[in-house]
Design a protein around this ligand. Sequence first.
Ligand SMILES: NC(=O)c1ccc[n+]([C@@H]2O[C@H](COP(=O)([O-])OP(=O)(O)OC[C@H]3O[C@@H](n4cnc5c(N)ncnc54)[C@H](OP(=O)(O)O)[C@@H]3O)[C@@H](O)[C@H]2O)c1
Length: 243
Amino acid sequence: MTLQDKYALVTGASAGIGEDTARVLAREGANVALAARREERLEGLADELASAFGVETLVVPTDVRDEEAVEAMVRTTVEEFGRLDVLVNNAGVGVGGDVADVTTDEYRLMMETNVDGVFFATQAAIPHLRETDGNLVFVGSFAGQYPRPGNPTYAATKWWVRGFAHSLEGQIGPDGVGVSVVNPTEVRTEFASESDTAFEDHFDPGEVTEPEEVAEAIAFAASQERSTVHEIDLYRRDKFDGW
Ligand SMILES: NC(=O)c1ccc[n+]([C@@H]2O[C@H](COP(=O)([O-])OP(=O)(O)OC[C@H]3O[C@@H](n4cnc5c(N)ncnc54)[C@H](OP(=O)(O)O)[C@@H]3O)[C@@H](O)[C@H]2O)c1
């Protein structure tokens, strides 16, 4: 199992789990294409990874809610890199809470980012992953495995991700593509900053999972040559306390 000289595309690479995933993939020798909306952050990360690890980097500013932009993201990556071995579907948002109060804009933001964006990217990447016997990694969530009374809409987007990923595993696994889902519990990132306190400010260091831990799990799934890492659950150790 190796990521050396592979070509990977990571969505949501401007912060949190995606940023650290790009870092770990590059550390392991993979060339990385970085996608998100905040171009300046992607440029900074690209420079850092190229000089620290000597890998090829590519910045593909993308809003994953925009189907044409996502197609262009995959097309540009394959044109520049010549191939695609790994897609990490990581970009995602969680906003709002009580269903009675969720605004239509909040609902659409989560559905368009967490569901539509994942669908568009996956669809565009499949032909290229079939060519390389590559790996497709989805960032799911504990909220996609158990009910989340605090934000049922967000939870439902992550149940969709898992349902889609595992069904797709049955469809493209026989073609040689690995399909994995990585489910974290709380991670100290900018998550929730759109409508609330970011998790990195809400939780103290050591209280919950750090993004680099999730990144290592994603890299393990992405490095498989023959097997599929079906699902990795990475939970804070006290998650079931008082469950
Ligand atoms: N943190 C947690 O506790 C936790 C737990 C379980 C699962 N997750 C999942 O982990 C994934 C990453 O979240 P995170 O915790 O790393 O949060 P984060 O620090 O807020 O990072 C989110 C990333 O997604 C990108 N993004 C958001 N909307 C986008 C859009 N429309 N187009 C392109 N990129 C977009 C952001 O970049 P731009 O703003 O620059 O576009 C950013 O790079 C998400 O799928 C989330 O649901 C998080």
